[in-house]
Ligand binder design. Structure first.
Ligand code: CDP
Ligand code: CDP
Length: 227
């Protein structure tokens, strides 16, 4: 099948990673979760005892570290300097600081360069905040996936309850999501924006399967791929 690239952007908890992984699986494409890369840098910063606001030191550290993303059926495995951090990067200690780290120009430049390299060979489904606008501006399919803050917080809450990692109340989660939305939308460099040619999908009352089907439908219409 012809290879092409799919960019999925949107705010936290909209379903980007779940849907990107399923779409990639259905098409036999590679799934890349770019949020995990910003989380990996944040993890390393904490390991080295740096403060998130030491911008220059954080940038120097990011330049020295090695991030490996390994596609697995259950998701993407993340290795930092040989250490498997797949689970650790999802903790609230990382989530609390990741958007600050992601606002630094030097960090974005470094990670966007790596992400662009991953997309060269095509056949990539990449999710993040700036994929359709900066990382893969020429992606054949672009989706801006969203849902109400309340729905996104409820999804995250359920997910944390199911995995036994629930350290926040539903209202704390809602506040955290709203705070990160604000930081991501307001930052100077590559803020969270819908690309002018991205299809807007509000998944507030859609199931995962419905969203996946709609994206595969877009693939079929635009490039003759999909189901
Ligand atoms: O999974 P969740 O939506 O909670 O977040 P994520 O995709 O893991 O991304 C974590 C954070 O990294 C986001 O809140 C953004 O601040 C940042 N990020 C970014 O700036 N650009 C990207 N392409 C991906 C993530
Ligand atoms: O990557 P992002 O932060 O955008 O969201 P996610 O981690 O893929 O999805 C957050 C949670 O919402 C997961 O537990 C998904 O299973 C769930 N979800 C849902 O219930 N309905 C959807 N239409 C999309 C996601």
């Amino acid at each position: 099948m012809e290879k092409f690239n799919i960019a999925i952007d949107g705010p936290a908890g909209a379903g980007k990673s779940t849907i990107a992984r399923l779409v990639a699986g259905a098409l036999g494409f590679v799934y890349v979760d770019t949020g995990a890369m910003y989380r990996a840098v944040t993890w390393k910063v904490q390991q080295e005892g740096l403060l998130p606001d030491q911008e220059q030191e954080v940038a120097a550290l990011a330049n020295r570290m090695q991030i490996e993303l390994i596609p697995r059926e259950e998701g993407q495995q993340v290795i930092v300097d040989g250490v498997d951090v797949t689970k650790e990067i999802r903790t609230t200690a990382i989530t609390d600081h990741v958007s600050q780290i992601a606002s630094y120009g030097a960090i974005r430049q470094l990670l966007v360069t790596l992400q662009k390299q991953m997309a060269i060979s095509k056949g990539v489904v990449m999710d993040g905040r700036d994929i359709g606008t900066h990382v893969m501006p020429d992606a054949e399919i672009k989706v801006f996936l969203t849902a109400s803050v309340k729905e996104r917080a409820e999804r995250r809450f359920k997910e944390m309850q199911n995995s036994g990692t629930c350290t926040l109340t539903l209202s704390e989660l809602e506040q955290d999501i709203a705070r990160r939305d604000q930081l991501d939308q307001d930052r100077e460099i590559s803020p969270l924006r819908r690309a002018h040619d991205a299809v807007l999908m509000d998944s507030t009352s859609m199931t995962i399967e419905e969203v996946v089907d709609e994206i595969l439908g877009l693939c079929k219409d635009k490039v003759g791929g999909g189901k």
